[in-house]
Write a protein that binds this ligand. Structure first.
Ligand SMILES: Cc1cc2nc3c(=O)[nH]c(=O)nc-3n(C[C@H](O)[C@H](O)[C@H](O)COP(=O)(O)OP(=O)(O)OC[C@H]3O[C@@H](n4cnc5c(N)ncnc54)[C@H](O)[C@@H]3O)c2cc1C
Length: 382
């Protein structure tokens, strides 16, 4: 979206893919955004369309229903969705859950779930957060106890879960062992048709209204022994630590794209809106503030490009992902706040995209691990 700026990792194949994602955003996301916001969920048809175009799991091998691309394809989807102003379509959760399965799942688990997730027929969630614990993941209280017949019985509750109303399958973070801390934690796959599973209410949020963020309850929810991700107990915390950097990288890349969109919308507006006989862009304050914003947006794009390149090269480390997550989401908040100001009262009206972007942006500093937690993780690398 920044003019005259081509990301170093882009090539002709990725440009063509970006065109396809852009068309999807124009034809499917944009016309439905307000309807989805009102109903608090995205239509399943959009998931199917995204799956058809290979947008959900673009970097998984074709044998599992993926599009056989690379992490750069995943980055293209995130960026184009950001340019289109989308921050509620939880396709990214299928991407993350898909990677939990492809990295740690048994062959049978991959065959069972991945093709449907890639096609958009199966919508998933990942349930870590509980009413009593979010940042401190080792403190989860949901249990998955093994019965003598090898099956697991899950009890507990989760909250703030993305795709919570629509999901067909949820990966649950639960304690399988008595050990305290990381060792007793496992990831367990639960089908939402299970009679022991219950969805709570779809939560009313400050922004990202098209997302069905929800509570979930597990009441003596019995699953087969092969529902344990990877088949070995006590691996859950390490599996989470292995994949959370990708979730943070996705948030970071999305934040940089949203900033570019905010700048583009604002420049367009200040060139047209008039006050005191001139356009808003004629005021020196507007010019100087937007010059600062453009510098921030450009630096953010370069930072996001570096994260993407490391990701593509298989070198993304936890510290870089956490730096990107906290730094870019904070720049996103500042940039959008400055942009809103130029819209005056219209900037506070949800009818205007900039107002929705303002409301949607706030949570970026909270979810995916609060920014304070990201700073802790970076500090450990010093
Ligand atoms: C829209 C939305 C979607 C979400 N989607 C999901 C999902 O799909 N799956 C899922 O499992 N969760 C999801 N979450 C939950 C999200 O990840 C948590 O809200 C987040 O990790 C923070 O946990 P908490 O809310 O329990 O806050 P707490 O852990 O209570 O922390 C509150 C605040 O305390 C401070 N704090 C906490 N620990 C420290 C520390 N060590 N050092 C310094 N300060 C600290 C931070 O400022 C933090 O924001 C979602 C949340 C939202 C709002």
């Amino acid at each position: 979206m920044l003019e005259n700026y081509r990301s170093p990792w882009m090539d002709a194949d990725l440009e063509a893919f970006a065109d396809a994602v852009r068309r999807f955003c124009k034809d499917v996301i944009e016309p439905n955004e307000m309807k989805w916001r009102e109903q608090h969920h995205v239509d399943r048809e959009a998931w199917l369309k995204a799956g058809e175009l290979g947008l959900i799991l673009p970097d998984l091998p074709e044998q599992y229903g993926g599009a056989g691309g690379s992490a750069a394809h995943a980055a293209v989807v995130i960026r184009e969705m950001g340019y289109a102003g989308n921050s509620s379509f939880g396709y990214g959760i299928n991407y993350l859950v898909g990677h939990y399965l492809s990295n740690y799942g048994t062959e049978a688990q991959k065959q069972r779930w991945l093709p449907g997730m890639a096609s958009g027929e199966i919508i998933t969630s990942i349930a870590m957060t509980e009413p009593g614990t979010g940042s401190d993941l080792q403190g989860v209280r949901t249990t998955a106890r093994k019965r003598p017949d090898g099956k697991y019985v899950i009890n507990g509750s989760k909250t703030f879960i993305t795709n919570g109303q629509l999901s067909d399958m949820v990966v649950v973070v639960a304690k399988t062992g008595e050990e305290s801390g990381a060792k007793g934690i496992s990831l367990v796959i639960v089908e939402t048709s299970n009679p022991g599973f219950r969805r709570g209410k779809c939560l009313d949020k400050v922004g990202q209204d098209a997302g069905d963020t929800s509570e979930m309850f597990f009441d003596h929810c019995v699953v087969e022994a092969d529902a344990l991700l990877g088949g070995v107990e006590g691996q859950g915390f390490f599996q989470l630590m292995g994949q959370l950097p990708y979730e943070r990288a996705m948030i970071a890349v999305g934040a940089a794209a949203q900033m570019e969109r905010a700048l583009a919308l604002t420049v367009e507006y200040v060139k047209e809106r008039r006050a005191f006989g001139k356009t808003l862009l004629d005021f020196q304050n507007t010019r100087f503030v937007l010059a600062d914003v453009k510098a921030t947006v450009t630096a953010s794009r370069a930072f996001a490009d570096h994260i993407i390149q490391q990701w593509v090269d298989g070198k993304l480390d936890s510290s870089l992902a956490s730096m990107g997550k906290f730094w870019l989401t904070e720049r996103q908040g500042e940039v959008i706040d400055k942009c809103v100001q130029f819209f005056g009262g219209y900037g506070y009206m949800l009818e205007y995209p900039i107002a929705r972007m303002y409301a949607d942006a706030r949570v970026q500093r909270i979810y995916g691990g609060a920014n304070e937690i990201q700073r802790e993780l970076v500090a450990r690398s010093l």
